[in-house]
Design a protein around this ligand. Structure first.
Ligand code: AMP
Length: 176
């Protein structure tokens, strides 16, 4: 009997040039999500990097919700959303962060995590690292510890990892 061939997640990432604006090559994860085996392989791949003592998954809006929620379910852990400004209904703690042009703001419910929590942050993609950096700061400002940052795709040529040198970062697919 031969084993089933291992899934190459890279085969399920579609490059969309000039989206959402000229010069950007958007890494489209929808082909991966549409394939049950590939989606499961991605979530299992992320799961390998969840430290055993971590107790909550924080997912970043919006594609971080998809992987983060699936991972939380697989690990029987709670899930906490970090959202763009003005989306969360209860009292929030927020952090401003820099975009290529201008600023943006990410928010988390004030009571979502606190001292004693060991958090794993999940997003689909690490580019310049600004979004992940802001989320690490947000979680720490509420007193929780960041055990790891996980993403499916890392655009290594943008050096996002350098902004996250105080936390373990794991990605499943690295584009050099
Ligand atoms: P950054 O803050 O620069 O690391 O950007 C990361 C965030 O922007 C993630 O939430 C990604 O979903 C999104 N993102 C940035 N660049 C891309 C890209 N080339 N393709 C898909 N998503 C991207």
């Amino acid at each position: 009997m031969t084993a089933a061939p291992a899934i190459n997640l890279r085969d399920y990432i579609r490059d969309v040039p000039d989206f959402p604006k000229p010069g950007i090559v958007f890494k489209d994860i929808t082909p991966l999500l549409a394939n049950g085996d590939a989606f499961a392989a991605a979530v299992s791949g992320l799961s390998c990097h969840v430290p055993p003592d971590a107790d909550v998954i924080v997912g970043i809006e919006s594609r971080g919700f998809i992987f983060g929620a699936a991972l939380a379910q697989q690990r029987n852990m709670g899930f906490v959303p970090v959202r763009k400004h003005g989306k969360l209904p209860y009292e929030v703690h927020g952090v401003e962060y820099e975009l290529e042009y201008g600023m943006d703001r990410l928010e988390i419910h004030r009571d979502a995590v606190s001292a004693g929590h060991r958090v794993v942050i999940v997003d689909d993609l690490l580019a310049t690292g600004g979004t992940m950096r802001a989320t690490v700061d947000l979680v720490r400002e509420l007193g929780a510890e960041v055990a790891a940052c996980l993403c499916v795709i890392e655009l290594a040529f943008l050096h996002g990892r350098e902004r996250l040198d105080d936390v373990p970062v794991h990605s499943l697919l690295v584009y050099e």
